[in-house]
Design a protein around this ligand. Structure first.
Ligand code: TXA
Ligand code: MG
Length: 312
């Protein structure tokens, strides 16, 4: 199959209307989307990604009105989360109504919904005229793609169209918050932080390394490059650096003998660069990547969540 690269969202939407899948940009990571009402197209996403069928997809919509049309109940806290953080890098889990078919939520009674912050994404969804079911645009288990070149490297010839947009501003996936129960719970930390969410509802929970798996996707191996990822304590460098990759905040990494390194100015840049650095190392055939641990506060919580999975 030939893969078309286009920067026209109207052109890309034509593919969705013809039951095809399209990779598209968002401000978190690139997504691989299909018409959420179209079972055949949604099944294609699973096949292309080699995604386990019990792992439901996020439904991307264009507006709060569209979001409300797909769910049966929105609690007061959920409403505040929606009003404060949407559109943006935020996904809420709500009780679904009968509008959406079961295949798109892996049979769950709940639905993950997101309104992307990037205007281009919303234009694309509006042009499609339907909610867009989409996971991240990568083969299951691999790091998410944060620019269209990485999507191309991985999905070229497997999908008919990639909508070109800017590199992802956040670089890690949206924060997923389960709002189906009285006390909301963070299922996946992301760019919207625990601290920000606690301002809305101080009862909100996040159970680190939780065995309690409410988000089916969280039990699978994730975010892993081909290279082995080894975590370094803050400020530490490995005794052997020759041939390896390094990402972190430690300025001294410059003086070591890493084959490739990226020293981030702050945690925000760390999050943004992490997955693309993993992919660049793989393409240069680097076998070991050292990644510096960060404090698990603010965006650091999401970085550590991804690093633990990539190294675990
Ligand atoms: O930033 C993002 O969220 C990106 C962009 C493309 O929107 N999407 C993304 O999708 O990361 P994906 O499929 O890679 O991750 C979705 C996560 C999975 O862990 C999945 O299990 C969880 O959301 N999820 C989806 N529906 C759910 C539901 N009804 N209940 C609990 N978790 C759900
Ligand atoms: Mg993913």
């Amino acid at each position: 199959m030939k893969t078309l690269l286009t920067s026209s969202y109207k052109h890309a939407a034509e593919f969705i209307k013809r039951s095809c899948v399209v990779a598209f940009p968002t401000e978190t990571v690139y997504g691989l989307g299909a018409n959420a009402f179209d079972e055949k197209a949604v099944r294609l996403i699973y096949r292309i990604k080699k995604r386990p069928s019990d792992n439901p997809l996020i439904i991307h919509v264009n507006s709060k009105k569209e979001l409300k049309s797909l769910v049966s109940y929105i609690s007061e806290t959920a409403n505040e989360v929606i009003n404060k953080f949407m559109p943006g890098p935020m996904t809420v889990i709500l009780k679904k109504n009968k509008m959406l078919p079961d295949f798109v939520t892996s049979g769950l009674e709940t639905i993950a919904i997101r309104i992307p912050g990037l205007q281009l994404t919303r234009n694309f969804i509006r042009e499609c005229g339907v909610p867009i079911a989409a996971p991240s645009a990568n083969i299951s288990g691999k790091p998410s793609a944060t620019n269209f070149i990485h999507v191309w490297d991985e999905l070229n010839r497997l999908i008919p169209c990639i909508l070109i947009g800017p590199s992802a501003r956040h670089g890690i996936e949206s924060t997923v918050v389960d709002c189906t129960e009285e006390i909301p719970m963070i299922l996946r930390p992301g760019a919207i932080t625990f601290e920000e969410l606690r301002l809305i509802d101080p009862r909100i929970k996040y159970i680190k390394g939780s065995k309690l798996i409410k988000s089916p996707g969280q039990k699978y191996k994730h975010y892993a490059p081909d290279a082995k990822v080894i975590l370094l304590e803050k400020g530490k460098l490995p005794s052997k650096s020759v041939g390896a990759g390094y990402i972190g905040l430690n300025q001294n990494a410059k003086k070591a003998k890493f084959r490739k390194f990226y020293i981030c100015r702050n945690e925000k840049e760390y999050a943004k660069k992490l997955f693309s650095f993993f992919r660049e190392c793989d393409s240069e055939n680097i076998k070991t990547i050292y990644a510096e641990k960060v404090e698990e506060t603010g965006i650091g919580l999401a970085i550590m969540n991804r690093l633990k999975k990539a190294s675990g």
